[in-house]
Each structure stands twice: as C-alpha cells, then as structure tokens.
Design a protein around this ligand. Structure first.
Ligand code: UGA
Ligand code: MN
Length: 263
C-alpha cells in the first residue's frame, strides 16, 4: 500500500515537471511555426482568363505546403476581383491582394506581361518590410509548375540565386552552366543576353519599362554580375520549375454564356 502511494507521488511529481516544461512553450507554439526561417515572398501577377481560377488553385495548393511563405498576388485589373479575393480568403496562406492595370499603351498586346504587377508587389514590400526582416523574393507566374524543393533551395539566397527552368524557349529546359561552383554561361534557346534566364529561374527582382523577353536580363544586369550568381539545384543540374502554359484565352472554345454557377 505504502509502495503504491509512493509510486503515485513520483508519477505526480513527474507530471508536474512535464507541465512546468510545457507551459512556457505553449504560448509560442503554432502548427508549422518555424521562427528562424527567412520568409519567402512570392509575387504573382495574374490576369482574368478562362483558366485563371484553375491555375491559381493549383498554385495555391503548391504554396500552401511551403512553410514561412507570404503570397503577394497582384491582379492585372482596375479593381480587385471577387473570384480572386474568394480564392485567397480560403487558401490558408499568409497573403496580400493587390491590383494594378497594365498601362493603356499595352492593353491590346502587352510588351512585358506582369511587369507593372511585379513592381507593385515590390513597392508593397518596401513599404511593409524593413532591413531587419529576413526573406527572399520570388516572381512566380500563375501558370508555371513548381516542385516544393525549389522553395527550400531559394530560401537562403544572399542576392540572386539561379537554377534551370523546364519546358522553355522550345527546349526541354534552359539552365545556367556552372564551373567550379560559379555560373559561367547559359544553355538557352534565346542567346545574346548577358543573363540567359527566365523569370522562373531566379529569386529576387524586376524592372520598369522592360521589353518582352528582356525583363530578366535587363533587371539582373542592373543588380548583379554573372560570376556573383548563386547556383542552386545541385549546381543547376536539376529542373525544379517548369514553364508550363495553360490554353490562351483565344484558343479557349468553351461556351461562356449562361454561367449560373461559380466557375
Ligand atoms: C514569359 C516569362 O516566363 C514571364 O515571366 C514574363 O513575364 C513573360 O514571358 C514576358 O516577358 O512577357 P509567358 O508564359 O510568356 O511568360 O507569359 P504569361 O504566363 O502569359 O504571363 C506572365 C505572368 O503575367 C502570368 O502570371 C500572367 O498571369 C501575368 N499576366 C499576363 C498579366 O498579369 N497580364 C497580362 O496581360 C498577361
Ligand atoms: Mn506563362
């Protein structure tokens, strides 16, 4: 009897110690919380078209699985659309919803798609984050396909990091060529640029007034030198992002009339 009482006392004491240890940790505990990780700020330009909601749904499903990620979704539109707002409110991510319309001169054929929207995303970051906030910026188009590993590759970028992009420029992939751990050239279907890389293939940047196909090159030229680029994805030998493209609106033959449900 006395042995049982003693055992009960020891158990109570142990349980008490455990509680004392757990309680201070409880207030800071949240599922998925990893306080020391730099935040990945994903800026995505998006525009209205038949596949927009499907593309954004797929992208949200990817981003939701990445810890410490903030999605800055910028609509190419005069006002925020309820479809995108609804999708964001249900997506379970930290997000910022913005809009800016492409300039009038490119309403019909836009010279550099997504440029104004990326700049607005950067403006938001300048206004809302300071030098003490650690993080990396990635411009993720809404129709590309992203391997989750890509985000951990880019998370500790110092200035600009680079990696291959699949299904681009009429090739299975483009990639930075790496020698002794440094970028020494480009395998690309669009040569003649100092930085032969797509927007999907690097973390951090953008430029006002850039021409289609030259945004990446022009911005990187102002920001860094080829030899200072940080090659990721096993010295740029792995494709972790694909430049997939869903049907352009002009090819979309589905009838739009009489839509009475949420699409
Ligand atoms: C390629 C590059 O991968 C893009 O990063 C680059 O912005 C673009 O070329 C360019 O320089 O024009 P591509 O697949 O040809 O991409 O272009 P889209 O996917 O049609 O557009 C890129 C992003 O801008 C998408 O997120 C898209 O939703 C958005 N966008 C497109 C707009 O915000 N407004 C538009 O009128 C068209
Ligand atoms: Mn695209």
């Amino acid at each position: 009897m006395r042995a049982t009482t003693r055992l009960a006392q020891v158990c109570l004491l142990l349980a008490g110690c455990l509680l004392v240890w757990i309680l201070p940790h409880l207030s800071s505990w949240e599922p998925g919380r990893q306080p020391d990780l730099p935040v990945i700020y994903v800026i995505t330009p998006t525009h209205s078209r038949p596949t927009q909601k499907a593309d954004l749904t797929r992208l949200a499903n990817t981003l939701r699985q990445v810890p410490k990620l903030h999605w800055i979704l910028v609509e190419d539109a005069k006002v925020l659309s309820p479809i995108v707002a609804g999708l964001l409110s249900r997506c379970g991510l930290a997000y910022t919803h913005l809009n800016v319309s492409k300039p009038d001169f490119c309403q019909r054929s836009c010279v550099a798609r997504g440029s104004e929207q990326r700049n607005l995303g950067l403006d938001w970051l300048r206004r809302n984050r300071g030098p003490l906030d650690s993080g990396v910026v990635y411009f993720a188009d809404d129709d590309n396909t992203y391997d989750l590993e890509l985000f951990e590759e880019m998370r500790y970028t110092k200035l600009v990091s680079v990696w291959p992009v699949g299904l681009i420029a009429a090739r299975w992939y483009e990639r930075p060529l790496v020698g002794n751990g440094r970028v020494v050239g480009w395998y690309t279907g669009f040569p003649g640029r100092t930085f032969g890389i797509d927007m999907a293939g690097n973390a951090r940047f953008v430029l006002k007034g850039a021409k289609a196909g030259m945004q990446e090159n022009d911005f990187l030229s102002k920001l860094t030198r080829m030899e200072d680029l940080e090659p990721k994805a096993n010295n740029c030998t792995r494709v972790l992002v694909w430049h997939t493209r869903t049907e352009p609106a002009a090819l979309y033959k589905h009838r739009k009339e009489n839509i009475s449900i949420e699409v």
